[in-house]
Design a binder for this molecule. Structure first.
Ligand code: PMP
Length: 462
């Protein structure tokens, strides 16, 4: 299928944006002198330059140019309650006023309390905290390899588990999900990574037939993030559990994106599956950098102080940081106590958002759908990847479909829409990204109107 050329539209949008945000433009020029591509995380570096944010509250941001921007990026989809929720900021402010919060390098009560909530809510026996999702998946895979004394790691095509060397294959779609996504890794590592298909039980079966007795672990996002912001089917997750058990392979659920988003705990429970290890990050920190590996005590015991040949899961200098643990404990405690209200609000808002957006585009003659929109495991999924399928009625349940330019116009829903919607003061990633409890009906109407105007603007170029 012939791909559309968006160069003229992107040039028009970029010129309009330069006028719209002159202060952010100037700051970007300065940033380029010191920071690679002008920042510290590539996904944040929207082209031609990102808005520089000065404040963030609830669903809204304010940038250097004084724009109020409705935000659906929400801290890399970590902010379930929106930006800077009072419940967390007031606990932090109080602690700092009382002289406790910065780094100490000591264990404290907060860590115990945060660990207790996380274990109880995820069904884990033990937990160890660290500071990023990348570290949590790296430690989990290393533990799995040590525990099973096997070499191979099975992962999903389109699965992103952070820049963990054991999972840097099959992340981005070029001709498929077969390539290594990182120069500089030894082949001895990347040869040990096997890539399988999300929601593809037949392929999973084949991979277990072929490699089952050599696999240390299968690392799986129950709700895939970068690969489509969509849930795995119940059958797929249950097949994964069955096959891993049959072959003595550890099932690692990467819940960095799904943990505490669909309920006050792991999403694994909604699939009626008990993984051996789980990785948490994003939401659990309540806005602070907290991640964790949680799961079976006999596996996590590999990192114990007195263990010979132990796995060196030190967690790092800042693991269990006081302010981070306070924020984590406060956030988790809050969502546990208000679980029903928070999670039903999240799914209601998600459903309204999707209806509003697809309707807005449909009224302008554009066929838009959300990845995984027909799943019945998480009907009110608050993670949203908007897509413009080229034909009516694709399934949209695998990263292979979504990233195949012949099936979906990923350039349109990605970089084109992002810049066009930013001109309407709406910030999106992957076509939208995430709704929170802070997004109101009025905000969603604002989004709908922005989508309508955007559709009118881009239509002449399609
Ligand atoms: N796992 C998943 C599923 C993720 O979505 C991410 C981050 N996007 C990571 C791991 C890595 O987490 P971090 O960025 O905190 O290192």
């Amino acid at each position: 299928m012939k791909q559309r050329d968006y160069t003229p539209l992107m040039s028009e949008l970029a010129a309009a944006y330069a006028k719209h945000s002159p202060k952010s433009a100037r700051l970007h020029e300065q940033a380029l002198k010191y920071l690679i591509s002008g920042g510290s995380h590539n996904l944040r570096l929207l082209q031609p330059f990102p808005p520089r944010i000065v404040s963030a509250q609830g669903a809204w941001l304010e940038d250097e140019d004084g724009h109020r921007i409705l935000d659906f990026w929400q801290g890399h989809a970590g902010n379930i309650l929106g930006h800077n929720p009072r419940v967390v900021t007031s606990a932090l402010a109080k602690a700092f006023t009382n002289g406790y919060g910065l780094q100490t390098g000591f264990p404290d009560r907060l860590q115990v309390e945060a660990a207790e909530i996380l274990c109880k809510q995820s069904g884990a026996e033990r937990v160890r905290f660290t500071t990023s999702g990348t570290l949590s998946t790296m430690y989990a895979v290393t533990m799995a390899r040590a525990f099973t004394e096997r070499n191979l790691v099975l992962k999903i095509g389109g699965g992103w588990h952070g820049a963990n060397p054991w999972t840097l294959k099959g992340v981005s779609y070029h001709q498929g999900f077969e390539s290594v996504d990182n120069a500089g890794l030894p082949k001895t590592v990347t040869d040990k990574i096997i890539v399988t298909g999300f929601n593809n039980i037949d392929m999973l079966d084949d991979h277990f037939k072929k490699y089952g007795d050599k696999l240390a672990c299968f690392i799986l996002e129950p709700v895939i993030g970068a690969g489509g912001l969509m849930p795995a089917t119940r059958q797929y997750v249950q097949a994964a559990r069955k096959l891993t058990q049959q072959h003595n392979v550890l099932l690692i659920m990467d819940e960095v994106i799904s943990g505490f988003r669909y309920r006050a705990g792991s999403v694994a429970q909604l699939y009626d599956v008990k993984p051996d290890l789980m990785c948490f990050g994003k939401a659990i920190g309540g806005g602070m950098p907290v991640a964790a590996v949680a799961g079976r005590a006999d596996i996590l015991d590999l990192v114990a102080v007195d263990r010979p040949n132990k796995v060196n899961f030190s967690g790092g200098t800042f693991s269990g940081h006081p302010a981070s643990m306070l924020a984590a404990k406060t956030f988790m405690d809050h969502v546990v106590k208000n679980e029903k209200e928070i999670y039903s609000k999240l799914s209601e808002t998600a459903i309204k958002t999707r209806q509003t957006v697809t309707k807005a585009f449909a009224e302008e003659g554009l066929y838009a759908r959300f990845a995984g929109d027909r799943n019945n495991v998480l009907p009110g999924n608050s993670l949203h990847m908007l897509l413009f399928p080229r034909e009516k009625d694709p399934q949209l349940i695998t990263p292979e479909e979504i990233y195949n330019p012949a099936v979906c116009d990923i350039t349109l829903s990605g970089k084109v829409l992002q810049l066009a919607l930013l001109l309407e003061n709406v910030f999106t990633v992957h076509g939208l990204c995430s709704t929170t409890t802070a997004h109101t009906d009025k905000d969603i109407q604002f989004l709908g109107q922005a989508c309508r105007r955007t559709a009118k603007r881009i239509k002449p170029y399609l």
